[in-house]
Design a protein around this ligand. Structure first.
Ligand code: PHE
Length: 449
């Protein structure tokens, strides 16, 4: 079977694909808005520490299991042990990961669709299509369903083409474009009045906030969501890595790219918030807190772009193109989770598997759009607040307790023969066995209170 499986053709291809998965709405929207409403600099610092100290070891667990087992998440976790009890636990955890990936994608595709309509609406205005513009701004069921359908269709089309021609080729095209747009926007926003205050709020931590449990909790959740952990995405991408690739180094690069992107996105969003404030746009609510969540992106930023005269429309188009691209490269990594299961376990052809899984997930998205009030936030909470951390613990336990130390060593030595002598090997196996599960559980229990 090994020969028929897809594989990334180069290191850079894997890096861009994994970074494409990791860098998404979580970085460009989630991280900066969380930072803005949690004390700016303090949140940034705690987030960076947690990303390397806790999320990186968990990412390594996924990449190592994936490449060792060379299979989708269910088969991979099942195959780690011969014992029937552990195999059943592997099957259960793998299936739960697939379910969580499916539900994350079902809401992610809706938000991705909103980004697309924010991108298309000023474009329609520029082209003089006023009726299309107001329909795109209408936020009705039909509009939400259509833009979600377009994003889901693009995701399915890329995944149907496979690992090298689909995931790798498109991530390699889209990620540099994403970064270029981001840099262009930062340069523009930093030249506007008010930007300096935003930079200061973002970069200078308030020491007293650093140990705030609520802040630590949000930063950890953010780090896990941002690195696409706990749903088997990184596991399946790891399974497409070549044996010659050095896993710890790949993991570090992905973590650096992801946190680097989040950091850079903060350089755009926080100054933009203060630029908006300087222009008299309401960015703070009655209690003095920052308008967070969807309102910030969908009201404050477009209002800011509106004050920028004729350049504003193009800035808006560039910004929401950025968001749509970031969302797309993450969405494909989510769809790969169920598709790899269909292909490998049920022997369905990849294009069919992509259409079937993508179609089913789109049906769930439609249901959420239809029953928005009841379902949208619930699905997000169940998957990202409960599902991801708990499955993150499960994956660490599989790497740390079910896999034998020498299995781990063998796998990691493949691309790094000297691994035994490294600091990584001295710390990581212990870390992933004890520290990661304990700390994730601790944060999880805290979040329930
Ligand atoms: N990491 C992505 C983001 O930051 C979201 C994601 C979560 C993607 C889980 C895949 C799996 O937007």
């Amino acid at each position: 079977m090994a020969q028929t499986r897809g594989q990334f053709s180069s290191k850079i291809g894997f890096l861009l694909a994994a970074a494409g998965s990791a860098v998404g709405l979580g970085n460009i929207w989630g991280f900066p808005t969380q930072a803005a409403s949690n004390g700016g600099g303090a949140f940034l610092l705690v987030y960076l520490v947690l990303a390397f100290v806790l999320a990186y070891p968990a990412l390594m667990a996924e990449l190592t299991i994936g490449r060792y087992a060379r299979a989708n998440v269910i088969t991979a976790l099942e195959s780690l042990s011969e014992k029937p009890g552990l195999r059943r636990a592997g099957w259960l955890s793998g299936s739960a990961a697939v379910a969580v990936a499916i539900f994350i994608l079902s809401f992610y595709a809706i938000v991705a669709g909103w980004m697309l309509s924010e991108f298309l609406s000023p474009l329609a205005a520029q082209l003089g299509a006023g009726a299309t513009e107001s329909w795109l701004d209408s936020a009705g069921f039909a509009r939400n369903a259509l833009v979600c359908a377009i994003m889901s269709g693009l995701t399915i089309a890329i995944i149907a083409r496979g690992v090298e021609k689909g995931i790798e080729a498109w991530s390699t095209r889209l990620m540099p474009l994403l970064f270029a747009i981001l840099l262009g926007l930062i340069i523009y926003v930093l030249t506007q009045a008010g930007a300096g205050r935003g930079l200061a709020a973002y970069l200078i931590p308030t020491p007293s906030q650093l140990l705030d449990p609520q802040l630590i909790l949000s930063a950890l959740g953010q780090a896990f969501f941002s690195l696409s952990l706990g749903v088997g995405t990184m596991l399946i991408y790891g399974s497409y890595l070549r044996d010659t690739d050095n896993l710890p180094r790949m993991g570090v690069s992905v973590t650096l790219l992801d946190t680097g992107f989040a950091f850079t996105a903060g350089l755009l969003i926080l100054p933009a918030i203060y630029v908006a404030d300087a222009r008299g746009i309401a960015v703070f609510n009655d209690t003095g807190g920052l308008i967070a969540g969807p309102d910030l992106i969908f009201q404050v930023l477009p209002a800011l772009f509106d004050t920028m005269g004729s350049a504003g429309a193009w800035v808006a188009i560039a910004f929401f193109a950025l968001m749509s691209i970031a969302a797309l490269t993450s969405a494909i990594s989510l769809l790969e989770v169920p598709v790899s299961v269909c292909v490998e376990r049920w022997k369905i052809s990849r294009p069919r598997a992509a259409c079937l899984s993508g179609g089913a997930i789109f049906a769930i998205s439609l249901l959420i759009i239809w029953q928005f009030e009841a379902l949208f936030n619930t699905v997000i909470t169940v998957t990202t607040v409960y599902g991801q951390p708990l499955l993150g613990v499960a994956l660490c336990v599989f790497a740390g307790w079910v896999m034998q130390r020498n299995q781990l060593l063998n796998e990691l030595s493949k691309g790094h023969p000297e691994i035994e002598k490294t600091v990584f090997w001295k710390i990581w196996p212990f870390y992933v066995r004890f520290i990661c599960p304990a700390l994730i559980l601790l944060t999880f229990v805290q979040s329930l209170r």
